[in-house]
Design a protein around this ligand. Structure first.
Ligand SMILES: Nc1ncnc2c1ncn2[C@@H]1O[C@H](COP(=O)(O)OP(=O)(O)OP(=O)(O)O)[C@@H](O)[C@H]1O
Ligand SMILES: [Mg+2]
Length: 232
C-alpha cells in the first residue's frame, strides 16, 4: 500500500531524515516509534506531501507520488491525523468533519453518517464547538475528519498525546476497531507499550534513521527496547 524508500528530508540546512525506509502493507497496522525529535512527524509529512524529500521516493499503491502535491495525495487516499489534532476550535464538530470531505456533497453526507455511526459521541456533540470537547473527543473528531476523505491509509501522529490514561486506552480501542474494519494504518507513537499491543509490525527511529524493525512481538522482546523504552 505504502512504501517509503530511502528518503532524506529536512528543513532548510538541517537534515532530519537519513535514508529512511519503511513499508505498510494493505490492512496492516504498522507503528513508527521513537523519542522526541527523532523525525516521526517529518516522515508522515513526507508521506502526505507537506515536506518534500531531497532524496528517495514515496510509493503509494505501487506508484511514485513524491512529485504529487499534498491535495492530490489526499484525493488518492492518504489521510493524516496531525499531531495536536489541529481542529478549528470555534467551528462545530460537524463543520470540522465536513472540512475533511473531499469527494463532493453527496458523498460528504454519506461519509458524515458513517463517521458519526463509528463515533456516536461525535453525533451527540455535532453542534458543539470543537474547542469545548474533551481531549479524547477532540482526537476522535480529528480521526473522523480524516475518515471523511475515504482514505485507503490513515496516518496517525501521536493520537494518545496529552490524554488521561483511561482515555488513552479508549483511543487505542478506537484504533483497534478501525483496523478490524479493514483500515490500513501507520501509527506514530511515543507510547511504545500500547502501540506494540495494537500493531502488527514496527520501526524504531533515532535521529532520523531506522534503528530497529520487526514484528510487534520481536520488538517487545528486544533487550534494547525493553531497557531504553519500556523501562524493564
Ligand atoms: N518546521 C520545522 N522547521 C525546522 N525544524 C523542524 C521543523 N519541524 C521539525 N523540525 C526539527 O526536525 C527534527 C525532527 O522533528 P519531528 O517533528 O519530525 O520529530 P518527532 O519524532 O515527530 O518528535 P516529537 O515526538 O517531538 O513529535 C527536530 O529536531 C525538530 O526540531
Ligand atoms: Mg512529532
Amino acid at each position: 500500500m505504502l512504501e517509503v524508500r530511502k528518503i532524506d528530508a529536512g528543513y532548510g540546512d538541517v537534515q532530519v531524515l537519513f535514508s529512511l525506509s519503511l513499508e505498510v502493507k494493505e490492512k496492516e497496522i504498522v507503528t513508527l516509534l521513537g523519542s522526541n525529535g527523532a523525525g516521526k512527524t517529518t516522515t508522515l509529512r513526507c508521506i502526505c506531501g507537506v515536506v518534500r524529500p531531497r532524496q528517495g521516493e514515496v510509493l503509494f499503491k505501487g506508484r511514485p507520488v513524491s512529485k504529487e502535491p499534498a491535495a492530490e495525495r489526499a484525493g488518492m487516499g492518504i489521510a493524516l491525523v496531525p499531531e495536536g489534532r489541529e481542529l478549528w476550535p470555534q467551528l462545530t464538530v460537524r463543520e470540522n468533519l465536513e472540512l475533511g470531505a473531499y469527494h463532493g456533497r453527496a458523498r460528504a453526507r454519506e461519509n458524515l453518517d458513517r463517521v458519526q455511526s463509528l463515533f456516536p459521541r461525535l453525533l451527540e456533540r455535532k453542534s458543539q464547538m470543537a474547542g469545548s470537547l474533551s481531549g479524547g473527543e477532540q482526537q476522535m473528531c480529528a480521526i473522523g475528519r480524516a475518515l471523511m476523505s475515504e482514505p485507503s491509509v490513515l496516518l496517525l501522529d501521536e493520537p494518545s498525546l496529552g490524554l488521561a490514561p483511561i482515555v488513552v486506552d479508549q483511543m487505542f480501542e478506537v484504533i483497534r476497531q478501525l483496523h478490524a474494519s479493514g483500515m490500513t494504518i501507520l501509527l506514530v507513537e511515543q507510547n511504545l507499550a500500547a502501540a506494540l499491543e495494537v500493531a502488527t509490525r514496527g520501526y524504531v527511529i533515532e535521529t532520523g534513521e531506522v534503528k530497529l524493525q520487526g514484528s510487534a512481538q520481536e520488538l517487545r522482546s528486544d533487550p534494547k527496547i525493553r531497557s531504553a523504552y519500556l523501562g524493564l
